[in-house]
Design a protein around this ligand. Structure first.
Ligand SMILES: Nc1ncnc2c1ncn2[C@@H]1O[C@H](COP(=O)(O)OP(=O)(O)OP(=O)(O)O)[C@@H](O)[C@H]1O
Length: 240
C-alpha cells in the first residue's frame, strides 16, 4: 500500500505549519518521520487521518484520493496517536473487542484477530487483566495490536514511545519493524529521537513545516556530507 502526499500546505490561522510537503511511502517498509518538537508531525498525521481538513495539496492512498474515497481509504489505515487512548478499567481483550466492534467485526472474528495480535506482541497471557495493571510499554503494544485489528496495510504511529523507558522504546520500535518484514505492513513512525532511526531506514526529516530530506539514511548523509543521521539531523534542525 502506497501513500503519497503532493504539495501539502497547512495553516493554523495565519501560521503556516506545513509548507509544500511532498513524499511517497514505499509499500511494506518502515519509514521514520523525524522532526523536532513543533516540526508539524502531528499536523501531518491529522491530515493523513482526516482529523484535519486538507487545505492545500493532495493525499493519495493506493492511488485513490483520500478526499474522494475517504471511507475506503480509512479502512486501510491503522493509527496509534501520541496520547494513550485505552480504557484503563477494561481488560486488554475488552479494549480490543470494543474497537473491533467499531469496525464491524463479529465477536468471534474480533477474538481470533485480537488473540493473534496479542500473541504477536507477547501479551496473550495478559489478555484478561485490566490495562491499568500493564506498564507503559505494554499499554503501547496493546494500542498497536488494537490498531491492527481491522488489518490495515498502513500503520501511522505518532511518537508512540513518549514517556517510555529506553528498553521499552527499543522493544516497541523493533516490534513495528518486524511487522513490516513479516506481514508487509507499511509504517510511518514519527519521532524526535534520533536513536529510534537507523542509517538504512527510509527517513523523512521535517523541520518548521518543511521536508528537508527524504531518502535512505546513508544516501541522505552522503548528499549532505555528514557522518551519520545524528549529525545530519543536528545540522539541518539544530536538534539532537
Ligand atoms: N490547534 C493548534 N492551533 C494553533 N497552532 C497549533 C495547533 N496545533 C499545533 N500548532 C502549532 O503547529 C506547529 C506544529 O505542531 P505539531 O504538533 O504538528 O508538531 P509536532 O512535530 O507534532 O511537535 P510535537 O512533537 O511537539 O507534537 C507548532 O508550532 C504548534 O505550536
Amino acid at each position: 500500500m502506497t501513500i503519497e502526499a503532493r504539495n501539502i500546505s497547512f495553516r493554523y490561522g495565519d501560521k503556516p505549519v506545513l509548507q509544500e510537503v511532498s513524499f511517497a511511502l514505499t509499500s511494506g517498509c518502515f519509514h521514520a518521520l523525524l522532526g523536532p518538537n513543533g516540526a508539524g508531525k502531528s499536523t501531518l498525521f491529522g491530515l493523513l487521518t482526516r482529523l484535519l481538513a486538507l487545505q492545500q495539496g493532495e493525499l493519495l492512498l493506493a492511488r485513490q484520493s483520500l478526499k474522494k474515497q475517504p471511507s475506503r481509504a480509512m479502512r486501510q489505515i491503522g493509527v496509534v496517536f501520541q496520547q494513550n487512548a485505552l480504557d484503563l478499567d477494561l481488560t486488554v481483550r475488552q479494549n480490543l473487542q470494543y474497537h473491533a466492534a467499531l469496525h464491524g467485526l463479529s465477536r468471534k472474528e474480533a477474538r481470533v484477530r485480537g488473540d493473534r495480535e496479542l500473541a504477536r506482541f507477547e501479551l496473550l497471557e495478559r489478555a484478561n487483566e485490566p490495562v491499568r495493571k500493564l506498564n507503559g510499554g505494554h499499554r503501547r503494544r496493546v494500542e498497536i495490536a488494537r490498531a491492527l485489528l481491522h488489518e490495515p496495510s498502513l500503520l501511522l504511529l505518532d511518537e508512540p514511545t513518549v514517556g517510555l523507558d529506553v528498553a521499552s522504546r527499543r522493544g516497541l520500535n523493533e516490534h513495528v519493524r518486524a511487522l513490516c518484514d513479516e506481514v508487509g505492513l507499511t509504517a510511518l513512525w514519527a519521532t524526535h529521537l534520533i536513536e529510534e532511526v537507523r542509517q538504512d531506514d527510509r527517513v523523512l526529516i521535517l523541520h518548521e513545516g518543511k521536508l528537508l530530506a527524504d531518502g535512505v539514511g546513508h544516501d541522505i548523509c552522503k548528499t549532505k556530507g555528514t557522518r551519520d543521521l545524528a549529525e545530519t539531523f543536528h545540522t539541518l534542525t539544530g536538534a539532537g
